[in-house]
Write a protein that binds this ligand. Structure first.
Ligand SMILES: Nc1ncnc2c1ncn2[C@@H]1O[C@H](COP(=O)(O)OP(=O)(O)O)[C@@H](O)[C@H]1O
Ligand SMILES: [Mg+2]
Length: 325
């Protein structure tokens, strides 16, 4: 990761009740998000994810407890000052329909009084950063696909270099292929920019793919916070376990490459062996074994066999809590 540019976020015993509702939306939330971290909030519908996110930029205020950004309570400064440092992206981005893409992206810098040339430079830079074709900058939102509009939303949210980016189900409305591409791009962007990102999703696959850590919410409470690997290796309770689903072990394998799992002490020589590149996810070994009926795959680096992975070894890996043999 680049220099820790992002700000830390901390929830201290935060509860939130909405008027006229029986149960609190959030009860005694304690959670620290490190500077530069990509934290994913995941859980079933109505469990309090959006509420948690909106407490950060003060779209809503806690009933009790405190939210801190870089160690200072968010109520210390005027809300406009706080939000200047916090980008916000939602599922339907809400671009201004009668402004061009460039003008949409430039919204916040313009409010902040940046010069026209600085803004133009920044818009170009952002378009490249989020993978928007330069020709699109002169177009209007309705002329863009859903995925492109989502990219504009991210560019707009990042325009004034906020130290925090909040994303509420940002990819839920786009089709799976575009979604996968947007996820990859977000991961790369996060690596480059070092902004603290808090991303809400109901999709556990998206959560474990993107999160440095994942916070699993049950109704109104935080059930577990852990790295994706630790989460899948050791769910804290029955709720988390059921939310992760029966194939959580296989998901863990998706997080590692064959190069990380391969047994390099045995180099198979049979030419007929199933060969897989070391850069592929661990799960592809299971798929290949099931498809071929073989009991081992040969793992290659630059086309050269470096070791093998047996069905027995994979079974052992899946059974060990920390995923190491
Ligand atoms: N403005 C509101 N007024 C009343 N109840 C709300 C409001 N916003 C959210 N809630 C309730 O709070 C709970 C959590 O909502 P939310 O944080 O939006 O869940 P999620 O984003 O996890 O789906 C739900 O029961 C929801 O109905
Ligand atoms: Mg929500």
């Amino acid at each position: 990761m680049s220099e820790p540019f992002g700000a830390s976020i901390e929830f201290r015993s935060v509860s939130k009740s909405f008027p006229g509702t029986a149960a609190p939306a959030l009860t005694e939330l304690n959670l620290r998000i490190e500077a530069g971290e990509l934290m994913v909030l995941v859980g079933p519908s109505g469990c309090g994810k959006t509420t948690t996110l909106r407490l950060i930029n003060r779209l809503i205020e806690p009933t009790s407890g405190a939210v801190l950004v870089d160690g200072a309570e968010t109520t210390t400064h005027a809300v406009e000052v706080l939000r200047r440092d916090i980008g916000y992206v939602i599922q339907h981005v809400g671009l201004f329909p009668h402004r061009t893409i460039a003008q949409n992206i430039a919204t916040v810098p313009k409010l902040l009084g940046w010069s026209a040339s600085t803004i133009a430079e920044r818009v170009d830079e952002l378009a490249a950063e989020v993978g928007l074709d330069h020709d699109l900058l002169r177009r209007y939102p309705a002329e863009l696909s859903g995925g492109q509009q989502q990219r504009v939303g991210v560019a707009r949210a990042l325009a004034a270099r906020p130290r925090i980016l909040l994303m509420d189900e940002p990819f839920s409305a786009v089709d799976p292929i575009v979604r996968s591409r947007l996820q990859d791009e977000l991961a790369r962007l996060h690596q480059r920019v070092g902004t603290t990102i808090v991303l809400v999703t109901h999709d556990i696959d998206e959560a474990v793919r993107l999160g440095d850590r994942v916070a699993v919410f049950a109704t109104g409470r935080l059930a577990q916070v852990a790295t994706p690997d630790a989460l899948m290796a050791a769910p804290a309770d029955a709720f988390v376990e059921s939310f992760l689903g029966a194939d959580r072990s296989l998901r863990r394998l998706a997080l590692r490459t064959l190069g990380q799992l391969v047994d390099r002490t045995h180099t198979p020589d049979a030419a007929s062996e199933v060969r897989l590149d070391a850069g592929l996810p661990g799960r592809s070994a299971v798929d290949a074994l099931l498809a071929s009926g073989a009991d081992r795959v040969a793992v290659t680096e630059s086309g050269r066999v470096v070791g093998h992975l047996t069905l027995a070894a994979l079974t052992r890996l899946l059974a060990t809590p920390d995923g190491h043999t």
